[in-house]
Design a protein around this ligand. Structure first.
Ligand code: VG1
Ligand code: CO
Length: 542
C-alpha cells in the first residue's frame, strides 16, 4: 500500500560541497530523511520505471536509510533499485554501477571522512545518470523543494534482507542486491596492467593499505591481496565498522599518522596508502616521502600513459582552484587543456562528459579520471602501483625527478575547525570588503599582484558559480587562498591554502612549513585569523 504522509519543511536541507551532511540525531528527527529523499525525487523528472542505485559507506544509520529509500522508490514509481550487499557501496563503485547499469541515478549515503556513530555524522547525496554528483542547478532545486515540501510518498513494504544476494519483488518494484566489489574490480582490471602488478608483488614489493575501518576494506582485500597476490596483511583495518572504530576515517597526516610513522621508519614497506570513509580519497606515502595530493595529481598525469587504460594519452587535466598549480606545468608540457574549477567533484562532471579532461584532482586527497564520475581512492593507488611497476623506481625517486623537471610547488593547508559561524563569516566578510585595496600593496616583503573572489564560468554549459574562495596572488606565483568548508556539521571550518613555486632544484628538499613561513605569516597579516577565530594555531595541517 502506498501512503502519502503529510510533513512540514525543515529549512536546513541545503546540500553542501558533497550532499546533505548532518549529525545522526538530526537525520533521526521525524520525517527528516524522508523529507530530503522526497525533495530529491521531486527535483527529478522522468524516472518512472527506471533504475536507482543505492548504497553507502556502512556507517551508523546506513541500513535504516536504505530501507527508507527502497520504500520511497516503490511509492514514487521507480522500476528497480540496485543495492550493494550489506548496504555497502564505495562512492566510486556506486558511480561505476550507475553508469554500467544505465541507471537513472543513485543515492549515496555517506559523510565521507567525518566520524560515524550514533552521535556523529551522516549524509545523503544524489548522483545523476553520468554517475557524478548532481550539479548545482539540481542541488538548488532539491533545496527549494525541501523548503516547500508538504507530503512524501512511501510504500508499506517489509524490510529487504540486504545481506542476501539476488533479485526480489518489493511492492511491485524489483530490488537487486549485488556484490559491491565485483563490477568495480573488473573495471580496475581493464585500466591497469594486473600482470605487471602481480609480478611486482611476487618480486617481494611490500605495501601497506589502511582502509581505516571504512568502506575500502573489502575492495582492497579482493583487489590487492586476492587478485594481485600482495601478502596477506597488506590491507589493514579492512572490516568496515559503523563507527570506524571510533576514529576519523580521514586519510591525512593527522588521522593516519601511524601509517606516516611506519613509512618514515627503519623497516618501512615500499609503498603506503590509505582511503577515507566512502573510498573516494587517497593518501600516498612512499618509503621516506609523503606525496602531497596536489603533487600526486601532477605525477599521475605525467605518467598515466604507462598504464594500459591511458596509453593513448590524456585529453586534458582539471583541478580545483585551491589545488596547487603543479599539474598545470604537466598540462603545459603535454600541450593539453588545463581547467580550474571550484572545490567539489560535481564541477568536473561536465568537463569529463565533454571529453575535455581525462584526469582530475583536488588538494583534499581526491584524484580520479573519466573511468567514473567521482574521485576514486583505490584507482589512484593502483595507478601509482602501475607506474612504480613500469618505471622500476621508488616513489621518492619519481618525485625528485618530477620536481627536477617541472619545479616544486610547496603546498600546505591549514584548517581551523569548529569556529563559531558568526566569527568565521566576519573574517570572510572583512576580507571581501578589502579585496580591491590589496592589489599593489606589500605584505611580509611580498607584493600582491591581484586579489579576488573566485568565480567559475563552466565552459560546457555556461553556468557561473560565484564566491568560491578568496585568492591573494603574489608576484612570482605564490598565493594564499581562504574559503569556508561546505562539508562540516558543527560550526564553521576555515581553510587556508598556501602555495609557493620553487624552480631551483637546490631548494627542493626544504621542510614544507619552513618553506612557506613568510606566506603563512602574510595570511595572518591579511586576514587576522587569530583575532577572528580566537585560535593561535590551526587544528589540522596537511
Ligand atoms: C571537502 C574538500 C573538497 C572535497 C569535499 C568532499 O570540501 O575540501 O575538496 O571535494 O570535501 O570530499 P569542503 O567544502 O569541506 O572544503 V568527500 O571525500 O568529503 O566526499
Ligand atoms: Co570521501
Amino acid at each position: 500500500m502506498i501512503r502519502t504522509v503529510s510533513t512540514t519543511p525543515y529549512g536546513d536541507q541545503k546540500p553542501g560541497t558533497s550532499g546533505l551532511r548532518k549529525k545522526v540525531p538530526v537525520f533521526q528527527q521525524p520525517n527528516y530523511a524522508e523529507n530530503f529523499i522526497q525533495s530529491v525525487f521531486d527535483a527529478l523528472d522522468g524516472f518512472a520505471g527506471k533504475t536507482l542505485v543505492v548504497g553507502g559507506d556502512g556507517r551508523f544509520y546506513n541500513r535504516e536509510v536504505i530501507q527508507k529509500v527502497i520504500a520511497m522508490a516503490v511509492a514514487n514509481g521507480f522500476g528497480r533499485v540496485v543495492v550493494g550487499q550489506g548496504g555497502i557501496l564505495s562512492t566510486p563503485a556506486a558511480s561505476n554501477l550507475i553508469r554500467k547499469r544505465k541507471a537513472f541515478g543513485g543515492i549515496i549515503l555517506s559523510a565521507s571522512h567525518n566520524p560515524g556513530g550514533p552521535h556523529e555524522d551522516f549524509g545523503i547525496k544524489y548522483n545523476a545518470e553520468n554517475g557524478g554528483p548532481a550539479p548545482e542547478k539540481l542541488t538548488d532545486a532539491m533545496y527549494a523543494h525541501s523548503k516547500a515540501i508538504t507530503a512524501y510518498k512511501i510504500a508499506d513494504v517489509s524490510a529487504v534482507d540486504l545481506d542476501k544476494l539476488g533479485t526480489f519483488e518489493v511492492g511491485g518494484m524489483k530490488v537487486e542486491v549485488v556484490d559491491p566489489v565485483a563490477d568495480y574490480a573488473e573495471l580496475m582490471e581493464k585500466l591497469f596492467d594486473f600482470d605487471a602488478l602481480r609480478a611486482l608483488f611476487k618480486s617481494g614489493f611490500r605495501m601497506r593499505f589502511d582502509a581505516m575501518h571504512a568502506v575500502t576494506g573489502p575492495y582492497a582485500k579482493e583487489i590487492l591481496e586476492r587478485r594481485l597476490g600482495a601478502a596477506e596483511g597488506t590491507a589493514r583495518n579492512f572490516v568496515p565498522l559503523e563507527d570506524f572504530g571510533g576514529h576519523h576515517p580521514d586519510p591525512n597526516l593527522v588521522h593516519a599518522k601511524h601509517l606516516y610513522d611506519e613509512m618514515m621508519g627503519p623497516n618501512a614497506p615500499d609503498f603506503g596508502a590509505a582511503s577515507d570513509g566512502d573510498g573516494d580519497r587517497n593518501l600516498i606515502i612512499g618509503r621516506g616521502i609523503f606525496i602531497t595530493p596536489s603533487d600526486s595529481l601532477a605525477m599521475l598525469a605525467a605518467n598515466a600513459h604507462l598504464a594500459p587504460g591511458y596509453k593513448s594519452g590524456l585529453k586534458g587535466i582539471a583541478r580545483s582552484m585551491p589545488t596547487s598549480g603543479a599539474a598545470d606545468r604537466v598540462a603545459e608540457k603535454l600541450g593539453i587543456g588545463m581547467y580550474e574549477t571550484p572545490t567539489g567533484w560535481k564541477f568536473f562532471g561536465n568537463l569529463l562528459d565533454a571529453g575535455m579532461a581525462t584526469i582530475c584532482g583536488e588538494e583534499s586527497a581526491g584524484t580520479g579520471s573519466d573511468h567514473v564520475r567521482e574521485k576514486d581512492g583505490l584507482w589512484a593507488v593502483l595507478l601509482w602501483l602501475n607506474i612504480l611497476a613500469v618505471r622500476g623506481e621508488s616513489a621518492k625517486d619519481i618525485a625528485s625527478k618530477h620536481w627536477a623537471t617541472y619545479g616544486r610547488n610547496y603546498y600546505s593547508r591549514h584548517d581551523y575547525e569548529e569556529v563559531e559561524t558568526d566569527r568565521a563569516n566576519a573574517l570572510v566578510d572583512q576580507l571581501r570588503g578589502k579585496l580591491d585595496s590589496l592589489t599593489g600593496t606589500s605584505v611580509q616583503g611580498m607584493k600582491i599582484a591581484s586579489a579576488d573572489d573566485f568565480a567559475y564560468h563552466d565552459p560546457v554549459d555556461g553556468s557561473v558559480s560565484k564566491n568560491q574562495g578568496i585568492r591573494i596572488l603574489f608576484e612570482g606565483g605564490s598565493r594564499v587562498v581562504f574559503r569556508l568548508s561546505g562539508t562540516g556539521t558543527s560550526g564553521a571550518t576555515l581553510r587556508v591554502y598556501i602555495e609557493r613555486y620553487e624552480p631551483d632544484p637546490a631548494r627542493h628538499g626544504l621542510d614544507t612549513q619552513a618553506a612557506l613561513a613568510d606566506l603563512i605569516q602574510a595570511a595572518e597579516d591579511i586576514a587576522g585569523i587569530r583575532s577572528h577565530t580566537g585560535r593561535d594555531k590551526p587544528s589540522v595541517i596537511t
